[in-house]
Design a protein. Structure first.
Length: 153
């Protein structure tokens, strides 16, 4: 069993024992998403830590989007709950890149792909080079915005 999934289960047990309802429900939903991914497809399989991390990233993004929707609808208590769940999930994700680190990674990718002369037509090529390096440590929209900025759009 992947180390991250074991950690999630152990933390769920601890949250239940200490009666932390929000943490327990968040971890339960995350483990359910992991289990669903494991049994999806024609044959059940065990996910790697990287795959579990990508599921946690996806769950965190769902919480961020839900919080924004609830806040826009004037449902502040629900938005706060979603933000709290996102904070719980952040404990299981690697440290996000700083703006300077992201800028440097994008600049390296532009240089290595030779995309600076092509402008915005090279965005797909640059994103293809940057995405594997930033997975789980930077939001895709932030990466795309930085690529656009550096390509001069």
């Amino acid at each position: 069993m992947p180390e991250l999934k074991q950690r999630l289960r152990a933390d769920l047990t601890a949250a239940i024992k200490s009666r932390e309802e929000l943490r327990a429900s968040t971890l339960r939903m995350t483990l359910a998403a992991v289990t669903n991914a494991e049994v999806a497809g024609k044959q059940a399989r065990v996910l790697t830590d990287d795959e579990v991390t990508s599921i946690i990233v996806s769950e965190s993004k769902k919480r961020r989007e839900s919080a924004a929707a609830f806040a826009a609808a004037g449902r502040q208590e629900l938005a706060d709950k979603e933000r709290a769940e996102e904070q719980i999930l952040a404990d299981y994700l690697p440290e996000p890149f700083s703006a300077d680190e992201l800028c440097s990674i994008v600049a390296d990718a532009i240089a290595s792909t030779g995309a600076s002369a092509d402008g915005m037509r090279a965005m797909g090529r640059v994103m293809g080079a940057v995405t594997p390096r930033t997975r789980a440590r930077a939001d895709g929209s932030a990466v795309a915005a930085e690529v656009r900025r550096q390509l001069g759009a």
